[in-house]
Design a protein around this ligand. Structure first.
Ligand SMILES: O=C(O)CCC(=O)C(=O)O
Ligand SMILES: [Fe+2]
Length: 432
């Protein structure tokens, strides 16, 4: 902390004590969870991450044996024995190479033996325990475990009773197929059929001679047909982005989600970002964004929500979700009195060095953030029912920072702009 390199950080801590606090336990747990999320999503190999290498790109920071141990310990505390084993193994490797150590070998061995056992590898758990006892011959728990493992091997019990394990972390609760598709798309692995992909087109359009677009037509690019997902290129200027970010920055707060059973707003592991809301009357830029949204969609923004600005740091993400409220949701958008979220307009306000795509797991669509581009789609069928195909997610940011802003348009006021059609009535069926 005395090093001149940390001068600014130290000033922040001492001058803004009310605003900035020292990291808490929750920050540590959150950082560990984020790293493991990145490791899983992008299939990062443990040794490479520890070396500071992300998907082939070498960064300047490395993890110490102590860091790896901490990641293992955090995984252990959330009953995630798979990652405990990976990180304790790495801690052990690094421990051997480091000259000074804050962790002790026997402690790593203890976690490693137990997590190996919990995953059903009794023989390896036994070997590790024997090694632990060669360092600390009187370690009571290890002695007990040794006897237990030996007996289990003798009886031929190789499978441990997994029913005793408490339920896994939140991400593991996602539907496994959806999770797999989501992660594949984040890794840029192609899931779209050639038949669809080869038919996607781009064009200039002035959306039926909209006066705003006569001189400067939109650059429209199809990303999917059914449901229709459109990208509009270069629809936010760099100077507008600067204004929006500058206005939002001091108001950014940790994003919340609405609990669909209670209707309460709360923090959730499945959405990690910071967000702020901007009103149109606050700045002409915000008002112009709304006008441009009207030009792009042909809908009114009279009934829309304010402009939401969102920033994702490294590891920030949003698991698969719908933007519309499902029929069983309590209180959803009730106070607004403008009906459900008929359409989403999502503006990218930054490129992202690695990660951070917006993906539609069931469509096989991945949208890479490009500064100045907007993505547009309808969340509801003309019948007013939610279109389940629009389920989408924001992939974790692997490197850099991601900025987006979005406008959520509501049903009220669109009656003549997008007339209802009760015949196009596809029922919602999910309850998750
Ligand atoms: O940030 C993204 O790419 C998507 C964000 C999103 O889906 C949302 O905020 O509802
Ligand atoms: Fe969304």
């Amino acid at each position: 902390m005395q090093d001149p390199y940390y001068e600014t950080a130290m000033k922040n801590l001492t001058q803004y004590r009310e605003l900035l606090k020292f990291p808490t336990d929750e920050d540590l747990t959150g950082a560990a969870t984020a790293l493991i999320r990145l490791q899983d999503t992008y299939k990062l190999d443990t040794a490479s991450v520890a070396r500071g290498e992300l998907n082939g790109i070498q960064y300047s920071t490395q993890l110490s044996a102590g860091d790896c141990f901490e990641l293992g310990r955090q995984s252990y505390n959330s009953y995630d024995f798979y990652h405990t084993e990976l990180w304790m193994n790495e801690a052990l490797n690094r421990h051997e190479q480091e000259r000074s150590n804050v962790t002790v070998r026997w402690e790593i061995l203890e976690y490693l033996a137990y997590s190996t056992f919990m995953q059903g590898n009794l023989k390896k758990a036994l070997d590790l325990t024997i090694e632990l006892l060669s360092i600390l011959p009187n370690h009571e728990r290890a002695l007990g475990n040794l006897a237990y493992y030996e007996a289990a091997i003798k009886n031929g019990t190789t499978e441990i009773d997994k029913s005793e394990q408490p339920s896994k972390a939140v991400t593991a609760m996602l539907d496994p197929e959806e999770r797999e598709r989501y992660h594949m798309l984040c890794r840029n692995e192609n899931l779209m059929s050639v038949q669809i992909n080869s038919k996607l087109r781009c064009r200039y359009t002035n959306n039926n001679r909209n006066p705003l677009l006569l001189i400067a037509p939109l650059k429209e690019e199809e990303a999917y047909f059914s449901p229709r997902i459109i990208l509009y290129r270069d629809v936010l200027y760099d100077n507008e982005i600067e204004v929006i970010k500058r206005m939002a920055q001091p108001r950014l707060k940790r994003a919340t989600v609405q609990n669909y059973k209670t209707g309460e707003l709360e923090f959730a592991d499945y959405r990690i970002s910071k967000s702020a809301w901007l009103k149109e009357h606050e700045d002409v830029v915000v008002a112009n964004v709304a006008k441009r949204v009207e030009a792009m969609t042909g809908l009114t923004t009279e009934t829309s929500e304010e402009l939401q600005v969102v920033n994702y740091g490294v590891g920030g993400h949003y698991d698969p979700h719908y933007d519309f409220a499902r029929t069983e949701e309590i209180n959803a958008f009730k106070s607004l009195g403008t009906g459900n979220r008929i359409a989403t307009v999502l503006f990218y306000m930054s490129d992202v060095a690695q990660g951070g795509a917006t993906v539609f797991p069931w469509l096989g669509v991945a949208l890479q953030p490009v500064k100045g581009t907007a993505a547009v789609w309808f969340n509801l069928y003309p019948s007013g029912n939610g279109d389940l195909r629009t389920r989408h997610a924001a992939c974790p940011v692997l490197q850099g920072s991601k900025w987006v802003c979005n406008k959520w348009l509501h049903e009220a006021g669109q009656e003549f702009r997008r007339p209802c059609d009760p015949k196009e009535n596809i029922q919602e069926t999910t309850s998750s």
